[in-house]
Design a protein around this ligand. Structure first.
Ligand SMILES: Cc1ncc(COP(=O)(O)O)c(C=O)c1O
Length: 334
């Protein structure tokens, strides 16, 4: 099966497994795990922030960030397709007691004027807006990459209005590679940034939350509260370190393969946009049925809507899989 359901389906490579097996470990809740400490220091450096926290998932990174930047009763603004609103099981309401206000952005990219209009002034009737979350790349926006000046405008707008700015960078390295702009530069204006090791980077587990030292130290307590304090987590951190060392530059191969899939689908008559990173969204009638038929032809993907399939390229999909993928689509009834 060629598995295009998500970039989370990758399995650790032999070299990554070896690095994990040989990791030096300690009890990370005591701060004793040298490999986790090394990973957190590297993440802080990569993001250009003072400190970083290793967490089990992107969801936990976002939820800790929301908790750190808000108080119960506050309002958090984000794009309508954003992950914490759609796919984090209502966590922001339960963990932070906040309400989420969504704003539509074409391809998942917010328009500063629309954000400004959504920021309500102090009024006894309103939940005070205290946080803006931005997602780069935008998953539901098609793996879209924010222009660097848009990222900056949004964060500055948030700050000007007294809001903090959090960047959900589950696929920040895809954005970094696609734009050619390193993370510490792209996300300089953001108070906190999260990124995942378990997506295109190919590690089995883990994300990082990066930001100011005092905030990250408070985040360490929130992580413990959520049950995310892990003991000999160096085994997992070693996978993440291996991914950061060996799997960033190769993301461009995933982007190029996604482009080739899109071009092939266009030539078959499908109406697809050229992907900016590793996701191809395919408008199609009866997407759930199409996904079943594609799976019968050896290609797994997800129907993200009744009329839309999502194909995601990653470490475990090869260019030599392209003909099988296109043949599977060519067999679908049109
Ligand atoms: C944009 C975005 N943010 C956060 C997450 C959450 O990551 P995790 O699955 O590790 O909780 C995802 C997962 O796909 C995502 O796409």
């Amino acid at each position: 099966m060629i598995d295009l359901r998500s970039d989370t389906v990758t399995r650790p490579t032999g070299a990554m497994r070896k690095a994990m097996a040989e990791a030096e470990v300690g009890d990370d809740v005591f701060g004793d795990d040298p490999t986790v400490n090394r990973l957190e220091a590297l993440c802080a450096e990569i993001s250009g922030k003072e400190a970083a926290l290793f967490v089990p998932s992107g969801t936990m990174a976002n939820q800790i960030a929301i908790r750190l930047h808000t108080r119960p009763g506050d309002e958090v603004l984000m794009e309508s397709g954003a992950h914490p609103f759609n796919h984090e099981a209502g966590g922001a309401a339960v963990i932070s007691g906040v309400q989420i206000r969504t704003i539509f952005g074409a391809r998942g990219i917010l328009d500063p004027a629309e954000v400004q209009a959504a920021i309500r002034p102090p009024n006894v009737h309103f939940a005070p807006p205290t946080l803006l979350c931005v997602e780069d790349t935008s998953n539901r926006g098609g793996g879209s990459v924010h222009p660097a000046d848009r990222l900056q405008d949004l964060a500055e707008l948030a700050h000007k209005n007294g809001l903090s700015a959090h960047l959900d960078g589950a696929r920040a390295f895809n954005a970094g590679v696609a734009s050619g702009i390193p993370l510490h530069e792209r996300y300089r204006c953001y108070d906190t940034i999260s990124f995942c090791f378990s997506k295109g980077l190919g590690a089995p587990v883990g994300s990082a939350l990066c930001g100011p030292r005092d905030l990250i130290e408070t985040g360490r307590r929130v992580r413990k509260m959520l049950g995310g304090g892990m003991r000999q987590a160096g085994i997992l951190a070693a996978g993440a370190l291996h991914a950061l060392t060996h799997h960033i530059d190769r993301l461009d191969e995933d982007h190029q393969l996604a482009k080739s899939i899109a071009e092939g689908l266009l030539s078959l008559g499908y109406c697809v946009e050229t992907p900016e990173t590793n996701m191809v969204y395919v408008p199609i009638l009866n997407a759930p049925q199409a996904a079943i038929e594609l799976a019968n032809s050896g290609v797994a993907c997800i129907a993200v809507a009744p009329d839309r399939l999502r194909l995601v390229t990653h470490l475990d999909v090869r260019r030599s899989d392209l003909p099988t993928i296109l043949t599977a689509f060519s067999r679908l009834p049109r």
